[in-house]
Design a protein around this ligand. Structure first.
Ligand SMILES: Nc1ncnc2c1ncn2[C@@H]1O[C@H](COP(=O)(O)OP(=O)(O)OP(=O)(O)O)[C@@H](O)[C@H]1O
Ligand SMILES: [Mg+2]
Length: 285
């Protein structure tokens, strides 16, 4: 399911004296069945942008199209149910998303809300909890007794249980340990292999390289670049400084090698590419 933003402007408090313009003329598309990463310094508008994909926020001007659903300033609240069946979001602060008395009930909420009967909702919830790696011993606990990383997994299961075609993950790695982060990246690729469209906000450029088909860069509420990781991360170093963006670790290391005089044909994105580049270079001496 493709997502298109057309000339989207958004202000918090639009129409009031406190109006605060955040998104400026955002035109971008996120292709169906692909993983689009959104990066940019803190406060650049990433969370504000993605909250338009399920209509939690509506454009002040312009439109967002998700499959055949059009979202504008005039879209009515009751129409949004249709959009929310297509789009699942895991928020940046998942504790704000949890509410039920038990983990299992929490995850069953969306399928029940969208019309599944209790048995089907429970089956969907159990599948989703297993998929995100929440141990069965936690299913009857209160979601508020869990650790940050466990809460994030439960919030993710709650989103996946209703089987949305579009999955939006706002900084999903936050609060996860290295193993949890690796599992998360596998989950993103699994969602893609199931044909879902994934939107993935991250400050970890290595995660972006691991999963993204394209990368959207936000700066001061504008989209300033959209490229494949290979093209994006070969831009000029000064541009990254201006955008306050990191390179992937392998790229940072390669920059140090190049500063010390080693010649590399392009900036490697992964450790494997870095090792190959060094090996080729050393082999030539
Ligand atoms: N509910 C709100 N009311 C008013 N302003 C807001 C609100 N939420 C966010 N903002 C402002 O909108 C701007 C963009 O915030 P947003 O949360 O979209 O950034 P972000 O790129 O997701 O940042 P981070 O990487 O820190 O999560 C910031 O200036 C922020 O202060
Ligand atoms: Mg954010």
């Amino acid at each position: 399911m493709a997502i298109t933003f057309e000339k989207v402007n958004f202000s918090y408090g639009a129409g009031t004296t406190l109006a605060h313009a955040i998104l400026h003329d955002v035109t971008v598309n996120m292709p169906s069945g692909q993983v689009t990463a959104i990066v940019g310094q803190t406060g650049s508008g990433k969370s504000t942008l993605v909250q338009h994909i399920n209509g939690l926020l509506k454009p002040t001007q312009g439109r967002v199209v998700v499959d055949d659903f059009e979202l504008t300033a005039r879209t009515k609240e009751k129409q949004l149910m249709q959009l929310r069946q297509k789009v699942g979001i895991v928020f940046q602060f998942p504790e704000n998303q949890l509410f039920a008395n038990s983990v299992l009930e929490d995850v069953m909420y969306a399928p029940l809300n969208f019309g599944a009967d209790k048995a089907a909702a429970q089956a969907a919830a159990e599948t989703a909890l297993r998929r995100v790696g929440v141990a069965e011993a936690l299913w009857q606990k209160s979601p508020f007794e869990l650790s940050g990383g466990q809460m994030r997994r439960v919030a993710m299961a709650g989103t996946l249980a209703s089987d949305p075609s579009v999955v939006v993950l706002d900084e999903p790695a936050a609060g996860l340990d290295p193993k949890g982060q690796a599992e998360l990246l596998e989950l993103v690729l699994e969602l893609k292999s199931l044909g879902k469209t994934v939107v993935f906000i991250s400050h970890h450029m290595d995660h972006v390289v691991a999963v993204a088909d394209q990368v959207v860069v936000m700066h001061d509420g504008r989209v300033v670049a959209k490229d494949t990781p290979a093209v994006l991360f070969n831009r000029d170093l000064d541009w990254f400084k201006k955008m306050k963006l990191d390179l992937p670790k392998a790229g940072q290391f390669a920059e140090k090698l190049m500063a010390a005089g080693m010649k590399l044909p392009e900036r490697p994105l992964t450790l494997t590419q870095l090792a190959t580049a060094i090996n080729t270079e050393v082999g030539h001496e």
